[in-house]
Design a binder for this molecule. Structure first.
Ligand SMILES: [Zn+2]
Length: 140
């Protein structure tokens, strides 16, 4: 027995109506009327390098939590604007806060960053509400 498995798919004009494949297959069809695909496979051990999460860092105080998930008592939020132009999709900024105190400081920082945009949103707050939230937190 051979050390590999051969898969042969034979497709002819009688079943072309059943194709749910990208148009590239039709190019093969017009060229040859018969499409034969052969794949040789075997099982191998492979080593891959992947980027994995090993921890989280508070963007305000720099506190680090080791692990692949963020603690439930931390909060991650984003800020962005929707102004016309290519830069709106690049405007997303992400903030990670380890505590309510750090959240208040990061919210203030995000408001300062986006206050020139009337259509900005920070942590799902409209910018005007986010400004009021910062004023409220400053008064505490
Ligand atoms: Zn912090």
């Amino acid at each position: 027995m051979l050390p590999y498995r051969a898969t042969i798919n034979f497709i002819n004009s009688t079943n072309i109506a059943n194709w749910h494949t990208p148009p590239i297959c039709y190019i093969h069809y017009y060229r040859a009327f018969i499409l034969v695909k052969i794949e040789l496979t075997e099982y191998k051990e492979v080593t891959k390098r992947e980027k994995v999460t090993i921890g989280y860092k508070c963007d305000n105080c720099g506190k680090i939590h080791n692990g692949n998930s963020m603690p439930d008592d931390w909060h991650k939020f984003s800020g962005h604007h929707n102004s016309w132009g290519n830069d709106s999709c690049d405007s997303y900024e992400y903030y990670t806060a380890c505590s309510p105190e750090c959240y208040a400081k990061l919210l203030r920082k995000a408001v300062e960053e986006f206050e020139e945009y009337s259509d900005a949103e920070i942590d799902d707050f409209e910018i005007d509400f986010a400004k009021r939230m910062v004023s409220f937190l400053n008064a505490l």
